[in-house]
Structures are given as structure tokens and as C-alpha cells.
Design a protein around this ligand. Sequence first.
Ligand code: CTP
Length: 419
Amino acid sequence: MRIVLGVGGGIAAYKVASLLRLFTEAGHQVTVIPTEAATRFVGVATWEALSGNPVSNSVFDDVEKVNHVRLGHEADLIVVAPATADLLAKAATGQAGDLLTNTLLMAHGPVLFAPAMHTEMWQHAATQANVETLRSRGVTVLEPASGRLTGADSGPGRLPEPEAIFTAAMALAEAATEADSPQAVPATHASLAGRTVTISAGGTREALDPVRFLGNRSSGKQGAALAAAALAAGATVRFLAAHMDVEPPAGVELVRVESALELREAALKAAVDSDVVIMAAAVADFRPAEVSDTKIKKVDGEDAPLVRLVRNPDILHELVERRNAEGGQQLIVGFAAETGDAQGDVLEHATAKLKRKGCDLLVVNHVGVGRVFGQDDNSVVILSGHGADPESASGSKADVAAAVVDRVGSELARVFPGR
Ligand code: CTP
């Protein structure tokens, strides 16, 4: 594949040398186009040596090759990393002052931007409007990762890891090839390119007092694996993280929540313009009726306090009701942790739950103490609310996540073909 790798003028340019290596080691032909500012961070010699191709950032070099037209026209994929606020603005307004911006205007294949900048620049209304404009034109703009920035401060604005950019770029190119091919398989894991997927993960914590809570054993590993799989399938991922034992993958739009009520608020908000919502979080069904403002103390001679619980709202059910009321075309996926009992086996309980919740897909885990929660492997059955046969998937949580994301892509195309 012919790739143009545009490099913006930010400190994260040094990380893009690793991204370039990932592309060349995978056998791709890469032409690097650094902006003038980018060459202040990493010199032309580095890009030439690593890509094995000549590097220029001027429209006036090798004029006879008409590079300002040819490079964008011929590229199967254009990746811009780090995409600075300046580059996003130039791309959104169609400026063409240098070789990279000319190339972007000539792009015939998919384009992916991996932004990196200071948090305030990323969150500025101007930058967000530029990102919206680019996305509305079908350009993929990854969410920056959160973490330590150039100085001592931290927040969203870090360049996603080179591996994450590589995976997203490959999935995007694959999706574009399939869309172009008449023999395209309609549903594959890459069919989420350009889609927005909201994923909740981890376990909610329901406060009893400032130091204690009721929680559950969810590690968030399956939710994190789902987010990674959805990113790899080209989706923009909104990740609603309750308590997790693992870090969310880089590149997601991260919202941290604690309780079921906080998760409900975040989920209803994120779902508004999402194509898919996956509720993988273990949501507490009950919360303490009263939350003490001060630490609950034991008092000698008094009985232990009784904790009264009240029901939490069923977020999944509410999402489905709202979608149905609005006539929306949003695919909603639930997870169910089930055990068999005297009333029925795991699948019987799960089928009843699928009906009760009204979601489109239900991913069913068979649980018992020590099974599934916190472990690295998983085995699930995916039930469809639209009549398709149940499908099993097992293996690592990444394998299961890939199977679920694959199924989400195909179900989306089947249930809402016009979307
Ligand atoms: N869920 C939710 N809101 C809740 C409880 C659960 O959105 N208050 C979602 C979970 O994220 C999951 C699905 O519902 O996708 C199934 O959760 P589960 O706890 O297994 O089912 P319950 O509805 O709680 O049923 P039960 O406890 O009766 O098995």
C-alpha cells in the first residue's frame, strides 16, 4: 500500500518515527511529508533514512513530478501525526500553503488524523469545530490520549501510541478497500469506520459514606478490549469507565464515572449521537438509600447499622426505550452475567433478559465465583433480538471483543441497512 505520512510541528513528532517503522515493517511504501515546523523537531534526514524515500515539504522541489498533485492522488492512505491545532485548522478550511496541505486536498483514499496538542488547545471551540468539520467530511480524527503532556501538566492531548495509530490506520484502509470492492463482504470488523461507538465498562461503586462503597468484581478488561477492537475497526470510541483494574486504551474519548447514577447521565448524553451503544459495565442494581456525609462509626453497645437499598435505574432499558420512542437507528448491545439455577439454565435466563431489556444484541457470560471476573480469558454466547441464531465466541478477551465488534458491524448493517 502507498502511504503518505504527514508530520505536524509538535514535540510528539519524535514518536512518529516508530509509527513509520511499523508501516515500513508491514511492507508499505511510505512518503513522509513533514511541515516546515515539524523539521525543527525531527530532521529530514531521519525521515529519509527510515522511509527509504526522498523527503520534501515544498511544492517547489521536483516540480516536474507535480508532487503537490500526484502524492495525494496516488496514496491509498494518508496519516497525519501529530496533527497539530494548526494543521487541523488548515485542513478544515482547505488551505494549500505547503506540500502536505496540497496533498490533503488531493486525497483520493482515506485520511486519518492523530491529534496531539495541549489540552486547552484541543478543547478550544475552534479546534473542536475544525474536528467536527473534518469528521463530517468522512475524515477520521482519532481522539488524543490522556496523560502527561510536554510540561508537568496532564490531560487529553497526548498523541495516541504509535501501535494504536497503526491499528486504526490499517483498519481504515481495509474498510476503504472493502467499500470499493464489488465483492465486498458487507460485514467485517472494519465496518465501523466512521461510526461513533459508546462503550461502558468496569464496575460501578455505590457510596455508603465518604470512604465506603458497595462494589462488584468487574475488572473492566472486557470493556477495554471492546474499545480497542472498536478503535481497530475504525470507530470513534466514547468510553464510559466505571471502576477498572486496567487502563482504558489510548485513543478513546474517556469519561470517568463512579456510581450507576453518574453512568446513567454519561450514557444518555453520549448515546445521543452514537451509532452503537455497548453496555459492558457491571452496573449495581441497588444503591444505599442514604449516603452518610461523614464516616459511619461503630459505637460500643449499639447494634450494627442496617443498610437499606433502593433500586438503580436500568440504564440499558432506558437507552432502548428512548431509542424506540425517537424512532432512532442505533444498535444497542447489552451484556449479561448469568448463572443457571432451579428456574432455568444460563441460556433460558439470557433469552428472557434479552426480551426484557429489548436490546438488539445480548452478550452472555456464564459466571460463578472466580469465573470471568478479572480473568484474561472469556467465553460468551451472542444472542440477537432480531431472530438470528446464537453465536459463540471464546478465547482471550481480545478475541471475544473482536468477535463482538464483528457482530456489531454485521448486525448494524442488517437491522439498519439505511444507516
Ligand atoms: N445494566 C444497566 N443498568 C442497570 C443494570 C444493568 O444498564 N441498572 C446493563 C448492564 O450494563 C448489562 C445488562 O444491563 O449490559 C445486564 O445486566 P445484568 O446485571 O446482568 O442484568 P440485570 O438487569 O441486573 O438482571 P438480573 O440482575 O436480574 O440478572
